[in-house]
Design a protein around this ligand. Structure first.
Ligand code: NAI
Ligand code: MG
Length: 399
């Protein structure tokens, strides 16, 4: 195929984001993915040096090239942020903000996909007891579609709300009944605002994915019996869309609390789950725990305008950041790159990398410290765990 060579914005960020992204690009190159990588500056280092953890030049790069591979960043509380600023910037009024949230909001990356899939032979897989004391290892294969911009993480909140807000709250009978005893100064209010447009987009994404991959149902995981307005809207949109546009796909509906219980009873029943921002965050962490945890949890986020960023869900793991040889598991990063390749239509290369990872995990000879169930310390390599690089080498050898 004669396609224009792609440019990927590589944003290593801080701590272990750097080694995992470096190894990821090595794997992509070895698998035959043809691309140029431009460095996107992001994270704590740029906050300290420039007073901005997401410099404009990085935004411009993403606007131009549309596709980002992101490692992880470090965030710290406000007072630490000011203390670590370079002296020249200390009194310039810089305010720290999360560059991930800012990137998400700037580009409107409203759709987040978090796959949780069992690799056969992964020692971290969830097991349960079956009939007659047998041990069962269910094959989990779930894609969680999380609305990424609204709901409880939408940021519309107050402590001691302004008068207009307080007056408006008082127009609600439940508020008067349950909260009018409390002085306004002692109230904290976080809102959960959903819009029909973005509910529709995340639900549609779930249906399309189910259709493309031949799944017979999607599950809307909310709490419509209690959070009637917002969860209710999600469920209603899904049921109508199902009836009108995807009659062959069933719409299941679970409550977030019950879903967390079913997760450990029958996680293999669920293939496509659609949820709002916080519930989606919770379910995807829960599912990730069944298939290996942070060393395996990958994600993708997309916007309407075609900007897409692929990243492991783990953070910068500062305690391992300064190890001479990086010990962390790069598979979450590699699987994020597999999602990128699928998004770009490079399904052959995506499969090749995924198969190579599967083969290394199944063989069980090369395992990072988490897979080998060791405590993460600098001497795990001497005890037989694979380094980040050794894991990448083993995967490259299987390509
Ligand atoms: P973390 O994900 O960085 O680390 C938690 C623990 O999980 C680590 O100490 C390590 O034991 C384990 N772990 C994480 N990634 C691993 C990997 N690839 N392989 C093996 N073990 C792994 O979360 P933590 O400690 O809560 O936060 C550290 C920093 O990262 C903070 O500054 C936080 O704000 C930031 N953070 C950034 C995120 C991002 O960039 N997307 C997400 C979460 C936290
Ligand atoms: Mg989370």
């Amino acid at each position: 195929m004669n396609m224009a060579k792609r440019t990927i914005v590589a944003m290593p960020g801080d701590g272990i984001g750097k080694p995992v992204l470096e190894e990821c690009i090595r794997v992509l190159n070895a698998a035959g993915f043809e691309a140029d990588y431009v460095q996107g500056d992001i994270g704590w280092e740029f906050w300290c040096k420039e007073g901005n953890p997401l410099p404009d030049r990085t935004i411009k790069l993403l606007e131009e090239h549309k596709i980002g591979l992101f490692g992880a960043i470090t965030s710290k509380p406000k007072d630490k942020a000011i203390a670590e600023l370079t002296p020249e910037l200390k009194d310039k009024g810089c305010v720290y903000y999360s560059p991930i949230v800012a990137m998400r909001q700037y580009f409107g990356m409203d759709i987040c996909m978090r796959p949780c899939k069992t690799f056969k032979g992964n020692p971290l897989n969830f097991i349960r007891r079956g009939p007659n004391n047998t041990i069962e290892e269910p094959m989990v294969d779930a894609m969680i579609f999380r609305q990424n911009t609204e709901g409880l993480y939408g940021g519309v909140e107050w402590t001691n709300p302004p008068d207009q807000v307080y007056e408006a709250l008082k127009t609600h009978s439940q508020f008067t009944k349950n909260f009018s005893w409390c002085p306004k100064e002692e109230l904290a209010v976080s809102t959960r605002i959903l819009s029909k447009k973005y509910c529709t987009r995340i639900i549609k994404a779930g249906f399309e994915y189910a259709k493309k991959n031949g799944y017979k149902a999607i599950t809307i995981c909310e709490k419509p019996n209690v959070v009637r307005e917002t969860s209710g809207m999600m469920l209603k949109i899904a049921q109508e869309m199902g009836k009108n546009e995807y009659p062959e796909i069933a719409v299941w509906d679970t409550n977030i609390d019950a879903q967390m219980m079913w997760l450990t009873k029958n996680p293999e029943y669920y293939n496509v789950i659609v949820s709002s921002n916080m519930f989606g965050d919770i379910i995807s962490d829960g599912f990730a725990g069944l298939v290996g945890g942070l060393g395996f949890a990958c994600s993708a986020q997309f916007s309407e305008s075609g900007v897409a960023v692929f990243e492991p869900t783990h953070g910068s793991a500062p305690k391992y950041a300064d190890y001479e040889t990086s010990i962390v598991n790069p598979i979450a990063m590699f699987m994020s790159a597999v999602m990128m390749l699928e998004y770009l239509g490079e399904n052959g290369i995506a499969k090749k990398i995924e198969n190579a990872i599967s083969a290394v995990v199944a063989e069980g000879k090369v395992q990072t410290y988490d897979m080998a169930k060791m405590r993460g310390t600098a001497d795990v390599i001497n005890k037989g765990a694979a380094s980040t690089k050794a894991m990448a080498d083993a995967i490259i050898a299987k390509l």
